[in-house]
Design a protein. Structure first.
Length: 104
C-alpha cells in the first residue's frame, strides 16, 4: 500500500495529461486541431491524454501548452527562490553552530 502523501511520477503525469485535455476541451479544440496547431502528432496527443504515453518529451509538452495558450504559466511550476542559494550559504556561515559560555 502506498503512503498517503507520496505522489508518484505516474500520478503527476496523469494529472498533467488530464489538465491538458481539460484546457483543450475548454478552448473547444479537437485532438486533430491541437495536433495541427502544436506540431505534435495526433497519436501522441491521444496516447498522452489516455495515459498510454507517460514519456511525452518536454518539447512536446511545451507545444501543447502553447496550443492552449498556457505556456506562460509554466514558470509557476518552479517559482524563484526567495533567497538566492549563495546568499543563503553566506547567511548560514554567520549562524553559530554552538554557543560557548565563559566560566566565571
Amino acid at each position: 500500500m502506498k503512503p498517503v502523501n507520496v505522489v508518484t511520477d505516474r500520478d503527476i503525469i496523469d494529472a498533467l495529461a488530464k489538465r491538458i485535455k481539460e484546457y483543450r476541451l475548454a478552448t473547444r479544440m479537437s485532438q486533430r486541431e491541437m495536433a495541427e496547431i502544436s506540431g505534435v502528432s495526433y497519436t501522441t496527443i491521444c496516447h498522452f491524454e489516455q495515459g498510454r504515453n507517460p514519456n511525452l518529451s518536454l518539447n512536446n509538452f511545451m507545444a501543447l501548452l502553447r496550443a492552449v495558450g498556457m505556456e506562460g504559466r509554466m514558470l509557476e511550476v518552479l517559482p524563484p527562490l526567495p533567497i538566492p542559494p549563495m546568499a543563503l550559504r553566506e547567511i548560514n556561515k554567520l549562524i553559530p553552530k554552538r554557543v560557548r559560555r565563559k566560566k566565571e
